[in-house]
Ligand binder design. Structure first.
Ligand code: KMH
Ligand code: ZN
Length: 274
């Protein structure tokens, strides 16, 4: 089995310091959390950014500042900006995270519209998805195809048939938002992507480590972090993203799966080496 790539989703757009005081907002907090995750074994940092008061933003300037600060502390980390941003942001606003210099090597591409809890709907029309894919291809950015249910794999494949994606594809199965986070559903998703694709699983909330364990034994890769889960165990808030990455690494070690460093992660994902 390939070594395991651990992605740390350190911040997200939705969780707040009221949920867990360790959620980072400022540039220095975001960089420090990235470093804790990196030191614990994460090679990919999935990045959202905030204003100092915690408001989510897709500002190009703020992304630039945060990416530069992260790379000063973790020079070979793979920084993966979000193009999802927060519910309600416009496409142009969301795309700003791809406009930083140098262009990111990796970024998310959300492959469908979904119920995001309560009254929230995260809108991604076919044209939005195709346009984002086209822009990422032009900028040489590998998309991580964010799929929250099976239909989103089918939409990604439409983009593939239009020539908007470059193979091998990489998927992130985000389970526990719209689709349930079960091994049965994860197996269904894994069986629904083209041969030769790579994949990560992101289990939301209490499913984070169950899905991580499943991803580790099934030969996928895993995402942990505050964006998806705030707890190190039931009722106990995690002190940092590093603690969550460390726990994923311990599960992998128990199961005999080695952790990929950034260079190995770039090779596995087919990213251009830096
Ligand atoms: N915050 C969500 C609305 C992504 O990063 O691409 C979108 C999201 C997915 O987190
Ligand atoms: Zn995200």
């Amino acid at each position: 089995m390939e070594k395991l790539i651990i992605t740390a989703a350190i911040c997200g757009a939705e969780v707040t310091k009221e949920n867990n005081p360790a959620v980072p907002y400022t540039v220095s907090e975001i960089a420090a959390e990235a470093k804790r995750a990196y030191d614990a074994g994460a090679s990919v940092i999935h990045l959202h950014v905030r204003e100092d008061d915690g408001t989510p933003t897709q500002s190009k300037a703020r992304f630039q500042e945060c990416i530069d600060a992260i790379l000063r502390l973790c020079p070979d980390a793979i920084v993966q900006p979000s193009t999802g941003g927060a519910v309600g942001m416009s496409d142009l606003e969301r795309l700003q995270s791809t406009e930083v210099t140098p262009a990111p090597e990796f970024a998310t591409l959300d492959c469908g519209t979904l119920n995001f809890g309560g009254d929230e709907i995260f809108v991604n029309s076919d044209n939005t998805i195709f346009n984002f894919a086209k822009i990422m291809k032009e900028r040489g950015i590998k998309p991580e195809l964010e799929v929250f249910d099976k239909g989103m794999i089918d939409i990604a494949m439409k983009a593939d048939r239009k020539g908007l994606l470059v193979r091998p594809l990489h998927f992130d199965f985000v389970l526990g938002v719209q689709m349930t986070a079960t091994v049965r559903d994860l197996s269904f998703m894994v069986g629904s992507i083209p041969a030769g694709s790579t994949w990560t699983v992101s289990g939301i909330g209490r499913h984070q480590f169950e899905m991580a364990a499943a991803g580790i034994v099934m030969g996928g890769h895993v995402r942990v972090g505050f964006e998806d889960n705030l707890y190190i165990e039931k009722g106990v808030l995690a002190k940092s993203n590093g603690e969550l990455v460390e726990k994923a690494g311990k599960i992998a070690a128990l199961l005999g799966r080695e952790i990929a460093g950034p260079a190995e992660a770039r090779r596995i994902l087919g990213l251009k080496s830096r």
